[in-house]
Each structure stands twice: as structure tokens, then as C-alpha cells.
Design a protein around this ligand. Structure first.
Ligand code: NDP
Ligand code: RET
Length: 322
């Protein structure tokens, strides 16, 4: 055993497999865990395209080849998952972090079923494929923690995010069902539910949406999408958006708890929004508040977001969003 694989206190480091580490939350998380002072983790940072590893290699620095290794894994390909797990010593994964995901926004009239299937295939079936490979061994060993990067959109749908929200709802329903069985096998299962996070996710989704052919949508829908939703979308990211490092920090806390929670929201500023859903079982309250925020009290909503943005920018010297 190499010097670097022995954690402080003689405890063997936990093997952590993370998907989608070429950018954003996955990258930040892989680096955070690999740089852990107490050397509690051996990180297998995976991505579907190794040509995209430059940023991770840079950020990983000296941890590369020590507490962090980069491997190829495409969550849409069962063989790729299997061969990645097979390449890990003893094929043992202590902590699985299912992070890979894609977004999709816009009116459904303008999206193809193929595009929608890609979202479901990555965000939902990607998780299912991972668990089909990793879960049996965790059950056998009666040990392990499955951490899933879900979203606030796994709890609450948001206008023009119909398919993305559906994919995260699928993730949440799947995990909620599995949670009871997991408990029986002494396994931990945790859903991390971030609000908006400033990563390539936002820019990719935003750029795609600008290119979108809106001709299949009626004039009013196209107008609401471009002039109401897209306007708020930018504002929401600027005022409520977290940094990927903050999600990494939250996730580190969750994986080091003795009794990690099943659900964890990372953004306390967003929690009042999701609480509307739990506060009213008819569901009318959240629909009504969302409706009024964008169509009726638009100016108050925007002003509150701007105020929030100002407060947050003043308290965050390293914040870099234009
Ligand atoms: N950003 C946000 O506002 C929020 C994001 N989330 C969730 O966080 C997770 C990470 O997103 P985020 O970091 O923001 O976005 P990024 O776009 O920065 O990262 C997404 C990662 O997923 C990877 N990925 C996509 N498809 C596959 C695949 N088939 N196999 C393996 N990897 C794949 C991407 O790889 P590649 O570079 O090859 O495309 C990339 O590494 C997602 O599950 C997302 O839904 C949740 C709440 C908010
Ligand atoms: C809060 C809120 C809105 C938008 C929220 C957004 C845009 C959230 C984005 C979350 C993301 C990107 C999660 C990723 O998984 C609306 C609909 C403008 C109006 C009502 C209140």
C-alpha cells in the first residue's frame, strides 16, 4: 500500500466513484474529496470523454495518481460502467456519487422526443444503470453510501423545464422506493437537492435555448418563454445561484455523517420556494405563487431578486458572474 493511500488515524480511505467529473459539481467534488486533509477518500473521478479531463487534471494538481484517479465512464452505456467498476481494486465502491446529468429547457412543442429521451436516459436511467452494477456488491457487504445529485426540480416542477423536472422526479421516486430496502441492508442513500448552481449546465442550457427553433410554438408561448422565463432564468442564477464548490462542501458533510439524511437541500435561500409544495397538499399554492411571481407581481419579484443579488455579491469577493 502506498503512503498516500493510508488515511490519518490508520483508517483505510473510502473508495468514492463520481460520475460526470469533466466540469461543474462533479469536478469540484472530486477535487474537494481528493484534497481532504485527513486523506479519508480514494476518488475515482469519471467522465464519458477523457479528452475533457484537462480542467480536472489542473484542479487536481498533486492529488492525481495519489488520492485521485481519472477513469472513463458513460452513464448511458452499461458496458462502460461495468468495465470502470471492474478496474477498481476489489471492484469495491464505498461511496457512489451519481452526478452526471444534462438539462433541457423550452416549450415541449419545440423539442423532439429524441432530445427528451436523452435527458431521461442520462439523468434517470444513468442512475439506474449505475445501481444495477454497484448495488449488489454493497448489499453483499452490507456497507455503502449512494449519493445522488438530484435537484430542487426533483421536488417541484418549473415552467419550461418539463422534461428535466420529470427526469429528476423519476430519480426521486426511484430513490424513495429504494430507500427502505437500502435501510434493510444497512446502506445509506442520500439525495442532494441543489437549487441553481453556476456551472456549464446553465451556459449549455442557455445557449441551446437561444438556438432553439420556436416556430412550432404559438406566439404567446414563444413570448412567455423568451421574454418572461428566460429573463427570470438569468436573474435567478445571478441572485440565488451557488458555486459548485458549495455543493461539494455540502456533499462532503453528508458523506461524513454517521446518519446522513435521505434528502438534503443545499440552498437555504431556495428552501422557502420548495416549502410551498409541502405546505399545501393540493399543490395550488406553489402553482399560484409561481404564476404570480412571473405574470402578476413581476416587478416585485425582480426587485427582490436584484436586492438578493446585491447582498450576495457584496459578501462574496470571489464571485465571478457578469
Ligand atoms: N447547475 C445547476 O443549476 C444544477 C445542476 N444539478 C445537477 O447537478 C449535476 C451536475 O451538473 P452540473 O455540474 O451543474 O453541470 P455540468 O454540465 O457542468 O456537468 C455535467 C456533467 O455530466 C456529464 N455527463 C453528461 N452526460 C453524461 C454521460 N452520458 N455519462 C457520463 N457523464 C455525462 C458531463 O460530461 P460532458 O462534459 O462530457 O458533457 C459533465 O461532466 C446534474 O445531475 C444536474 O442535473 C442540480 C441542480 C442544479
Ligand atoms: C424560483 C422561481 C422561478 C425559477 C426558478 C429556476 C429557474 C430554478 C432553476 C433551478 C435549476 C436550474 C435546477 C437545476 O437542477 C420562476 C419559474 C422563474 C418563477 C417563480 C419562482
Amino acid at each position: 500500500i502506498g503512503l498516500h493511500s493510508i488515511a490519518v488515524g490508520g483508517m483505510e480511505p473510502k473508495t468514492v466513484l463520481i460520475t460526470g467529473c469533466s466540469s461543474g459539481i462533479g469536478l469540484a467534488l472530486a477535487v474537494k474529496l481528493a484534497k481532504d486533509d485527513k486523506k479519508r477518500f480514494k476518488v475515482y473521478a469519471t467522465m464519458r470523454n477523457l479528452k475533457k479531463s484537462t480542467h480536472l487534471v489542473e484542479a487536481a494538481g498533486k492529488t492525481l495518481g495519489r488520492t485521485l484517479e481519472i477513469k472513463e465512464l458513460d452513464v448511458c452505456d452499461e458496458d462502460s460502467i461495468r468495465s470502470c467498476v471492474d478496474s477498481i481494486p476489489e471492484k469495491k465502491v464505498d461511496i457512489l456519487i451519481s452526478n452526471a446529468g444534462v438539462g433541457l429547457i423550452g416549450p415541449i412543442e419545440c423539442q423532439t422526443i429524441e432530445e427528451m429521451k436523452k435527458v431521461m436516459d442520462t439523468n434517470f436511467f444513468g442512475l439506474v444503470r449505475l445501481l444495477k452494477v454497484v448495488l449488489p456488491d454493497m448489499k453483499r457487504r452490507k456497507k455503502g453510501h449512494i449519493v445522488v445529485i438530484s435537484s430542487v426540480m426533483g421536488i417541484q416542477g418549473i415552467m419550461f423545464n418539463d422534461i428535466y423536472a420529470a427526469s429528476k422526479f423519476a430519480v426521486e421516486g426511484f430513490c424513495e422506493s429504494l430507500a427502505v430496502q437500502a435501510l434493510r441492508f444497512n446502506l445509506h442513500l442520500s439525495l442532494i437537492e441543489p437549487g441553481p448552481v453556476i456551472t456549464e449546465f446553465e451556459s449549455k442550457v442557455y445557449e441551446e435555448s437561444l438556438k432553439m427553433d420556436l416556430s412550432a410554438a404559438d406566439e404567446e408561448t414563444a413570448n412567455i418563454y423568451l421574454n418572461v422565463y428566460m429573463k427570470h432564468y438569468k436573474e435567478i442564477f445571478q441572485s440565488l445561484g451557488q458555486l459548485p464548490e458549495e455543493i461539494a462542501e455540502h456533499t462532503l458533510k453528508i458523506i461524513t455523517l454517521d446518519n446522513p439524511p435521505f434528502r438534503h437541500q443545499t440552498n437555504s435561500l431556495y428552501t422557502p420556494v420548495t416549502t410551498l409544495k409541502y405546505a399545501d397538499p393540493t399543490g395550488d399554492l406553489s402553482v399560484d405563487v409561481f404564476y404570480k411571481s412571473v405574470f402578476k407581481y413581476d416587478k416585485i419579484f425582480t426587485a427582490s431578486l436584484n436586492f438578493l443579488k446585491l447582498l450576495r455579491w457584496r459578501s462574496r469577493k470571489s464571485f465571478t458572474l457578469d
